[in-house]
Design a protein around this ligand. Sequence first.
Ligand SMILES: NC(=O)c1ccc[n+]([C@@H]2O[C@H](COP(=O)([O-])OP(=O)(O)OC[C@H]3O[C@@H](n4cnc5c(N)ncnc54)[C@H](OP(=O)(O)O)[C@@H]3O)[C@@H](O)[C@H]2O)c1
Length: 334
Amino acid sequence: MTIEVTIIGGSGYIGGELLRLLLIHPEVTVKSVTSRRLMGTSVTMVHPNLRKFTSLKFQGKPDLDCDVVFTALPHKASFKIVPELLENGLKVIDLSADYRLDAERYAAWYIEHPQPDLLEKAVYGLPELNREKIKNATIVACPGCMATAGILALYPLNDLGEDILIEAKIGSSAAGAKVSESGHHPERCNTVRAYAPVGHRHQAEIEMIIGRKVKFSAIAIDMVRGILATAYIKTGTKIDQKEVWKQYREQYKNEPFIRLIKMKTGLYRYPDPKVLIGSNFCDVGFEIGKEILVAFGALDNMVKGGSGQATQNMNIMFGLEETTGLLYPGLHPA
Ligand SMILES: NC(=O)c1ccc[n+]([C@@H]2O[C@H](COP(=O)([O-])OP(=O)(O)OC[C@H]3O[C@@H](n4cnc5c(N)ncnc54)[C@H](OP(=O)(O)O)[C@@H]3O)[C@@H](O)[C@H]2O)c1
């Protein structure tokens, strides 16, 4: 099988990472990649890691003679493009937040959704929880990177209660390729910056999927890639460690991209994004203290938090083995 794909928004970080994964995917041909600014420029000018892998040039308009389109666009830009793609009979995998939430949450956290029918149709693209729906979806909304780490850390746990605080530490590539003051090297380097201690929109996704309220805080740290989401859950009673292990194992025993990490010794006793760079794995783990359970989710925001997850969704939508083109470890040391 050859799946023909187009990437809209190919000059950004997520577009570049999609190219890295799709150009070596055994069942994919990349038909076109768009950029408004860089029309006619070689893709490798912006993504130099892809030299010798492609001779594609950025196009102003996408080639829609394909099977699936990835939209790697800023929020509110997908709205303007996705309806036409669907009218052309194409499958769409959107990486923005435009189709992730239900209508009520979208109105509360963003604006009144302009396309409630498409929002209804869109499937939340977290394969570990929604595989069956993704199989038949025409539009998949890939989850936010921090939401993915937070949800996968918490989802297996029963009896969570309502006292949950998630703190996500995140690298700079999550902010995209656009130059900004906060990303300027002297400002970003060596930082541990609380940039959204309350009110981050990924909170809405986590609450929608795990079905309860959480407190969510995002911290920008001095890494290029990677997220560590740490969830603190006040339990009130003593927790049985074996029971918690069982819940994680039952949920994730057949998941190709989830690893349970909780070691008694060694440097990497708990999930750590450092060893996940470039891979599609999400490592989850936990620790139990007096009246508290701490759960962890670690991943590469650009891969399992973005382009890798989108590729995993494509594999499912086209009936391929889910791991096709994605099964490799992260770098160590990185
Ligand atoms: N970075 C991450 O770790 C990450 C992870 C998960 C999800 N996401 C989401 O993925 C999306 C892309 O993120 P990114 O980090 O790749 O951003 P980015 O680096 O800023 O790239 C944005 C891309 O969109 C294009 N673009 C911008 N406005 C457009 C418009 N109105 N019409 C058509 N093309 C437009 C840009 O191309 P030109 O300006 O060259 O035309 C560029 O290729 C965002 O919604 C983001 O939230 C990002």
